[in-house]
Write a protein that binds this ligand. Sequence first.
Ligand code: SF4
Length: 312
Amino acid sequence: MKVGLPMELLSFDWIRRLKEDIHALAPQVELCHVPAATSARRPVPLSEGDACFPFKKMVRTAMALLPQVDRLVVPRLVRLDGHLLCPNFRAFPDLVALNRDRLPGPARKIPIIDTLVDITDAGDEERVRLLLLRALLGPETAPPAAPFPRPQSAGHKAAALQDKLRGYDRTIALIGRAYMVGDAHLNMGIPAILASQGYGIVTPQDFDFSDLDRAAARDDYYAKTMYWRGARECLGAFRHICAEHEPAGIIYLLSFNCGVDALVRIELMSLHKKLANKIPMMVLVGDEHSQQEHVVTRLEAFLDVIDGITTS
Ligand code: SF4
């Protein structure tokens, strides 16, 4: 059986752990994350209007996977680690289903696994895990013998980060959503450009979410409780990286049309003023029309500013 699970969702620790679970319980299942190239024409997805680029890309990946698999897993991600995700993730399975119904041929009949994921504690995690596995593999699926592995310990992540930064004298904090920072298309090539200029890169994904959440809780925000998980990840990462890693510069990468980031951007600028105003900071807004030359020009100017500071 071929099962589609869009690559963008793998940026969440929980989904990556679920993938390991599927491998262990049903080795016969072939998981597909990136659609194979095809010349087949598809209707333009209904999400192409005002949505942010990461969301459009997610829907496009799901739609391209559909005709190539027997089932598609697009969980309804509502809450992880006790914090809400952007509402786009809640609507994701609905949009995929609406688009699937417009497809020609047998792809229209491919089942979509859209289990609701609302996780605050370990009990929720086990319950949702079993629900999803049963929806995918059948109602008789026995509960897995071992509890769901927890995320990597802070010790493991710290060692991995140390390895990643070995050989670099200077680092840049690249703050943004995991599905943007880790995607070569959505990150506009920024990590590669920085690395080519001799900078190590620290991102929120180099730390456990629980550490970032604690760091985020140390501030009061204009918007009062910042309950979005992605917002807490970025705000906590800003505080944590500035305190522990003395970055030479900070880049905040966000997506055009992102409502959550419109707010986080204001909070980050205020934190920057309060905690790290000697460190150059740049905000880069990307969408699918962003041109690589413009990104390179802006990064070069930003790195010139950093050079000017470090050599003066
Ligand atoms: S948080 Fe922003 S970038 Fe992410 S899916 Fe929601 S609107 Fe898009």
